[in-house]
Design a protein around this ligand. Sequence first.
Ligand SMILES: [Zn+2]
Length: 308
Amino acid sequence: MNTLLLNPVAKFRTLTLVIAAAGIMQACNSTDAKPADASKPAVAADSAAPAPVAKSAAKPAAPATDINGIKVADAASVLAKPEVPILCYHQVRDWKPTDSKSARDYIVPEESFRAQMKMLADSGYHTILPDQLYAYLNTGAALPSKPVIITFDDTDLDQFTFAKPLLDKYNFKGVFFIMTVSLGRPRYMSKEQVRTLSDEGHAIGSHTWDHHNVKKYQGDDWKIQIEKPSKQLEEITGKRIQYFAYPFGLWNPQAIPELKKRGMVAAFQLYAPRDQQDPLYTIRRIIVPGTWSGATLDARMKSSFGFK
Ligand SMILES: [Zn+2]
């Protein structure tokens, strides 16, 4: 259990230090994702040369459809759309004397979280859910004005006991990426609480079984970390699990086809540039530290996601 908890802490410590030192947008170097090469035209999966047709089965490759028949857009058009700001939270609770200075960047005290949510509401932001983002990125479906996605990772109990009532107050909906090993453990949400979130219209996604780094999976790991947790979350919510958040925000291009095979239609990382071939599987988020005021959050959303 301790290693489970310490690993994300250590990683975020590194990450947040980088953020602090270099500014949000520079932190992408803290992951080893492929660097973006703006000079290289993106090759869209859909526009690639047609796959050779097998001799006997002349079945044409079906267009990729995932949710309600939405056709997956080519990568270039996904990348060309203005990004929706996506926030990433972990623990929402007051700091304890034992919390390290760096840990405090991703433990958001109650008063800070209140101020951040109030800013979003007062500024006219509207929360959207992954299905809406997915439709927007693939078809250009309309979004409400000033859209934002509020995500929560790691299954922490305070997300339910403290953050949810505040989301409710403003009529906001959140996205909860669940690490299933923690369900029902002390200081984590129970299955019933996850079901309540889902029943009340919040979105539930997968954050693996026990937070292992996707880049290191081999053998049965895909089954243990992706297939089984999805099945469990589907049993809890009665809904399909199609969205994934990479532990530590870390991914590599090899992971993407594995996620596709297992029913994920989009995946969320942190600061790395989006993959030029698979931007839907490398959607960017920013970690909101506990030190940001509402005004700072507003400014960072605009600078990180490029809108005014
Ligand atoms: Zn996590």
